[in-house]
Design a protein around this ligand. Sequence first.
Ligand SMILES: [Mg+2]
Length: 355
Amino acid sequence: MNEGPQRKIIHIDMDCFYAAIEIRDNPSLADKPVAVGGTAEQRSVLCTCNYIAREYGVRSAMPTAYAERLCKDLIVLPVNMSKYKEAAKIIHSIFAEYTHLVEPLSLDEAYLDVSGSTLFNGSATLIANEIRQRILEKIKITASAGVAPNKFLAKIASGWKKPNGLFVIPPKDVANFIEHLPVKKLFGVGKVTAKKLNDLGFVTCADLHEVSLTELTTQFGKFGLQLYEQSRGIDNRPVEPNRTRKSLSVEQTFHKDIHNTEQCIAVINELYQRLMNRLKNCDSELKIKNQYLKIKYSNFKLTTIEKISSTPSLDQYYNLLAEIGLNPTCSIRLLGLGVHFQLPQRQQPIQHKLL
Ligand SMILES: [Mg+2]
């Protein structure tokens, strides 16, 4: 399936990280629904919530006001970023003891390439378990891990037995695992795309094996290649220790396409709140270079427009919308807002294949 020697990738993901830290520091919260985020009065969204809150349908990135309607007893705690960063530092120092090939995805999530490790006779499964154990001993919160021959499968695996779980997809099981995997589990497949795929008769990855790459790219543009590869368990991206974030964006795909400027402005208002929240949680070293707006039409044609800006503002996104010039003959299926960051001086640009 993959060219070259077999890789051993571990994806580690802390279980409801911010909420877990808050509960650790106040054990009386352990049996209550707990979330971390801004208040309803500020029209904020939640960063994360514990598993008790999830039973009520509460989710991360959900507006706090809506979450409080779903779960009347929800305890919403303010974000205490310095505390989470302190814990993350210790977690990442544990990772570094096992391999120098660590690619952090966020404070509480990372890929580790342990292909070259001789620990436990090279068993990535035993390495993953020891890392989870050590995090629990040191930070007193749980992590889940996925072990697989590539990043995409390792990430799916870490979510498979959450919370406090370990799931391994050994190379010999990849074909069988992927066949049964629902397409909605693939990266880049949100609710709307999942529905489109299901309507076309693609429910599991095995269903996608029936169509050619050409057919998929005709239906889904560039994303067709990702669907083709992911549905076959293929992902040749290396673990990149020095990868720095180049951009941050939020977007919405519509259940029903939208058509006019007024509708776009309403969506921009909402997305802007989400973007600001995500930016707050970003590495403070990152400097914003510009802000951009993207629109995908119902024919899958993508248009992007950007403007130099070191501090993004809502007005500037309105200006970008005015400048982009909506195509009056085509409805809009997706709208997104984002920022690009300046590259650090020491860093050479690296091309990343998006997946
Ligand atoms: Mg997590």
